[in-house]
Ligand binder design. Structure first.
Ligand SMILES: Cc1ncc(COP(=O)(O)O)c(C=O)c1O
Length: 366
């Protein structure tokens, strides 16, 4: 029986992406050192949640922070707060913002907020795009890095120009920092230095940090206090969130110092992929630990090739492909601990075999 791309990926002994599979063992690892009699948080109170919120407020350089079960909830609430301050229920963001394409229109249907799509889908928006907008809106959301276009980043000076322009024009700026930790090595800044450009920020603990789930929304105390009320309204004020909080803290400490390494590894790997004909990365030189891997062939041919490649080398690249056009498909790669576990010879073999991709016939022979 021939395996599918997804099956072949699952069966590989090594993975290029991530920091290991999402299994229950992660929670056990988190809790291994935690004393059994540690009291749970109760509806947003207690040392477990309060200490972590204080720690993250400091890391992000903001007066206060609130822990949420999800970034989806945290950001809809953060943006609503800024809209209420301006009495203007409009926010602007990139056309491929998570809120626009992955949240079933929660911001519009639950919060009644109208969204303005800034710039074009296939690139970062610029100050010039912003200046062209003639509508008034309460808040601009900036996602760092812009995931859906391979994790691209503006330079720090471009970012500063955009946020300065907003502040000069009475527009709040919120940071979708789902992958903020992953941007720090490129910017050579601390999280607090980057967040200083923004009025509020959301960060995640399960992307590059590989935690279980959970998010922090940080900003002025008025925002965090109002957002606790919204968290209750949204059903996010769970009696106990400690499995997420303890894992968020554990995985933050485990991976934060490793981000420069993951970034360097992403650059090296992208260079190798770019060495194969009809294979390319976006961006060509990654600016974080992530990039998109593009194949200049249709998804069926590419899937057949990758399935054989994965079966033969035991190295997983991807289990799924996104169709870009009739003759192009892509997948997302983000680097964590797993890449380091792959024996160098096996990885070299993978890139040797990848050279055959351009000449590959439709029958899937390597
Ligand atoms: C850029 C970005 N923002 C927000 C979110 C929402 O995070 P959560 O899954 O915690 O709701 C995600 C999740 O993938 C994301 O990638």
């Amino acid at each position: 029986m021939t395996s599918t791309l997804s099956e072949s990926y699952q069966q590989t002994a090594y993975k290029i992406r991530g920091s290991g599979e999402r299994k229950v063992g992660l929670l056990k690892e988190t809790l291994a050192e935690i004393p059994d009699d540690t009291p749970s948080d109760i509806y947003g109170t207690g040392a477990v949640i309060e200490d972590f919120q204080t720690k993250m407020a400091q890391v992000l350089g903001k007066p206060a922070a609130v822990f949420f079960p999800s970034g989806t909830m945290a950001q809809q609430i953060g943006l609503r707060y800024w809209c209420d301050q301006k009495q203007n229920k409009k926010v602007a963001y990139h056309p491929l913002a998570h809120l626009e394409i992955h949240e079933q229109d929660g911001i519009k249907k639950l919060m009644g907020i109208e969204t303005i799509l800034l710039g074009e889908k296939n690139r970062l928006f610029t100050l010039a795009d912003l200046k062209k907008l003639d509508e008034k809106f309460a808040c601009l959301l900036i996602e760092l890095p812009q995931r859906e276009i391979g994790g691209q980043l503006p330079s720090f000076s471009q970012l500063k120009e955009i946020t300065d322009y907003c502040h000069e024009n009475g527009i709040y700026v919120h940071l979708d920092g789902a992958r903020l930790w992953e941007c720090l090595p490129y910017y050579q800044k601390t999280a607090a230095e980057i967040c200083d450009l923004f009025d509020s920020v959301y960060v995640s603990f399960y992307k590059g940090l590989n935690g279980i789930a959970g998010a922090i929304l940080a900003g002025p105390t008025e925002l965090t206090e109002a957002s606790k009320i919204w968290k209750c309204r949204y059903g996010g004020d769970l009696i106990s969130l400690y499995p997420y909080i303890l894992s968020a803290d554990y995985f933050y400490e485990k991976h934060i110092q490793r981000m420069p390494h993951y970034y360097q590894q992403a650059k090296l790997l992208a260079e190798k992929f770019n060495g194969a004909a009809k294979v390319s990365t976006l961006p060509q030189v990654p600016v974080t630990n992530m990039f998109h891997l593009h194949f200049a062939k249709n998804s069926d041919e590419t899937a057949a090739f990758l399935t054989k490649l994965q079966n033969e080398t035991g190295i997983g690249i991807t289990g799924n492909l996104t169709v870009i056009s009739e003759n192009e498909c892509a997948c997302e790669i983000s680097i964590g601990e797993s890449l380091d576990l792959i024996p160098a010879a096996a990885l070299a073999e993978l890139f040797t075999l990848l050279q055959d991709f351009a000449g590959e016939q439709t029958d899937g022979k390597i």
